[in-house]
Design a protein around this ligand. Sequence first.
Ligand code: ADP
Ligand code: ASP
Ligand code: MG
Length: 411
Amino acid sequence: MPVLVMKFGGTSVANLDRIRRAAKRVGVEVAKGYDVIVIVSAMSGKTNELVGWVGETSPMYDAREYDAVVSSGENVTAGLMALTLQEMDIPARSWQGWQVPLKTNSAHGAARIEEIPPENIMAKFGEGMKVAVVAGFQGISPEGRITTLGRGGSDTTAVAFAAAFDAERCDIYTDVDGVYTTDPRICQKARKLDRIAFEEMLELASLGAKVLQTRSVELAMRYNVKLRVLSSFEEQSDTAGTLICAEEDIMESNVVNGIAASREEAKMTLVTIADEPGIAASIFGPLSDAGVNVDMIIQNISEEGVTDMTFSCPIDQVKRAEKALGEARDAGKLTFEELAIDTEVCKVSAVGIGMRSQSGVAAKMFKVLSDEGINIKVIATSEIKISVLIERKYMELAVQALHDAFELEKA
Ligand code: ADP
Ligand code: ASP
Ligand code: MG
């Protein structure tokens, strides 16, 4: 039998009614003759609640216990989904990550998948089981501890299963009916895309469009998984939603195809550091050792042998960054006069593979922001994206203005 992977996100399994509705969708595919692997998230809000409990109990928590707690939301929905399917006379069984086993490395909280042996589940399909319901987001480390794949990780579980089982397609059911030119909750004029290239989806995801976890797009690209995003709230045809596909499969494309925004950013500036060889390494070495994901970096012009260094990172890593830099200073490995921290910033980015061959996108973006009176604090570019750090209160305004200026509402 051909295998299909169907993933249901938090809002799609938020209560028993929604689980029943999702199960009906699964029933439709079973009736077509597929063996279905269903990946479920925790009920919406559950993982946030669990993360909050961990932080309240232990601010500098043991990551292994964090994973033990936050992975549990998916256990509940996996069992409930299997029971719901059984009530519909569809032979179904649930699996937690460790039971599959979905093997990962030991990077608790952001583990990477290493292997998914398909034998156990395939044997059950062979015995007449029609649906394997797998708890998303979780795996097992070489030490035998439960791991999680990072926030939004059920998307990655789904794509990894599609690759491991050579599935015909991996359908990601969520609360929007596809991938849009920008977050439809921020910009009403956002337009649904029928197709989007892997490279663009990868950039959008990593720049804040949480509709797919970045790693899931990477895996789909590497293993050529047919990946689709669609709504769990509407009746769906085989061509509904958005297909994430190779660049060659897209007929036409604009220079800019999407705007991404990331609200939870912070900017840190080391004031008055020595401008000498090795200074960058002495700053970013300790940050990297502390697990801080540094994003944008600027080093200011040097005067009389001293300069300033500015970088950005996710807001929830500020404390860790502060501690790492403080310790490096106390150990005499680094000197700076002051660490200025700005937690009121966000990142807005324009993405498009057309940028490779067309100039002027950056200039246009800066003009649009300046016309709105928005000050740019940091800029970063790559082949197919331009990102700016701006004051957080302007995030929605910037997204809407850029969406208009690059005419993204038009097909
Ligand atoms: P799930 O719980 O199903 O995994 P998520 O909340 O993780 O759902 O992702 C879906 C959300 O992603 C949407 O509700 C939407 O607000 C947001 N989003 C951000 N950028 C985009 C985009 N470009 N296209 C579609 N949705 C987007
Ligand atoms: N429940 C996890 C989270 O909220 C994983 C997921 O839904 O993809 O991050
Ligand atoms: Mg998600």
